[in-house]
Design a protein. Structure first.
Length: 287
């Protein structure tokens, strides 16, 4: 390497691709396909955001009914996946278990050689639908509880909470999880997204790309930060007060300090509702 060569550590300030899916504004905003996240949260459901990210537009009523029906019908996982989850050692980290299970999902692909955009969008919907079920099943298997199938009459967030908790969720829980899912639906070219794109760029399959992403999300500097935030939330009474205190002290609030983005309001608003609603019955799983 000559003295004139420029060495850039990592990808900081490097434009690696162009995308219309999402935009992280350095001034403190997040956009999905041109829509400000502040105008989406509380006004649309997670299923609508899934449609937006896949189709580049919010769905009309018929389209929403179709995508919701597809997601709910695809939430069921095969006996082979359940068998796989039951064979995973109980001390295995949940992200490692998820990575293994998602890899096995490729076995049930009826047309694996079809790499068309429409085929991959169908696969994407199946992955979006089945991953929450895998997570819920894994939790119930390791807590020695019976597995629960999704209900057709429930929405996406409601079904996940039902399968996870074993009871019908209340409106506060459902709304909080729905907001949280929307908030985390896409954050531009983050580490796991980049890992998935590298895998996909080799013309590998979508399952391998998602497995790469999950493996990256497993890292303590990426998804591991969310895990530590969850543990912290269980120890505090007022999320907003704690976060603002940390900010004034110059402490980084993990996972919500995205590079170049001031996300105080987004993070605080989502975490306050989440902490109060659907962490209340799952405290044991994070201790």
């Amino acid at each position: 390497m000559s003295q004139n060569d420029i060495f850039i550590r990592g990808l900081k300030n490097v434009a690696a691709c162009q995308t219309r899916i999402s935009f992280v504004d350095p001034l403190g905003a997040l956009y999905y396909s041109g829509h400000d996240i502040d105008r989406l949260i509380g006004r649309v459901c997670y299923e609508e955001v899934v449609h937006l990210l896949l189709r580049n537009k919010l769905p009309n009523k018929k389209e929403l009914d179709n995508i919701r029906s597809t997601l709910i019908s695809e939430m069921k996982v095969s006996p082979q996946i359940i068998k796989c989850l039951k064979q995973i050692h109980e001390k295995t980290h949940p992200m490692e278990a998820l990575r293994t299970a998602v890899s096995h999902l490729s076995e049930s692909d009826s047309d694996p050689k079809n790499k068309s955009e429409s085929a991959n969008q169908d696969r994407a919907l199946k992955l979006v639908a089945k991953i929450p079920t895998i997570v819920a099943n894994l939790y119930r298997i390791h807590s020695k509880q019976d597995l629960i199938s999704p209900k057709e009459e429930y929405g996406f967030a409601e079904n996940f909470l039902y399968m996870f908790q074993g009871k019908t969720a209340d409106l506060e829980e459902i709304d909080s999880l729905d907001r949280y899912l929307i908030l985390h639906a896409d954050h531009g070219l983050n580490a796991s997204t980049f890992a998935a794109r590298v895998t996909a760029s080799t013309l590998s399959d979508i399952y391998s790309a998602v497995v790469s992403a999950i493996g990256t999300l497993r890292g303590k500097l990426h998804g591991g930060a969310s895990e530590r935030v969850m543990k912290m939330l269980l120890e505090v009474d007022n999320v907003e007060e704690v976060v603002r205190g940390l900010r004034k002290s110059g402490v980084v609030f993990e996972q919500y300090d995205l590079p170049g983005m001031k996300t105080d309001e987004l993070g605080i608003a989502a975490l306050e509702g989440v902490k109060g609603a659907w962490f209340k019955d799952t405290e044991a799983s994070y201790n």
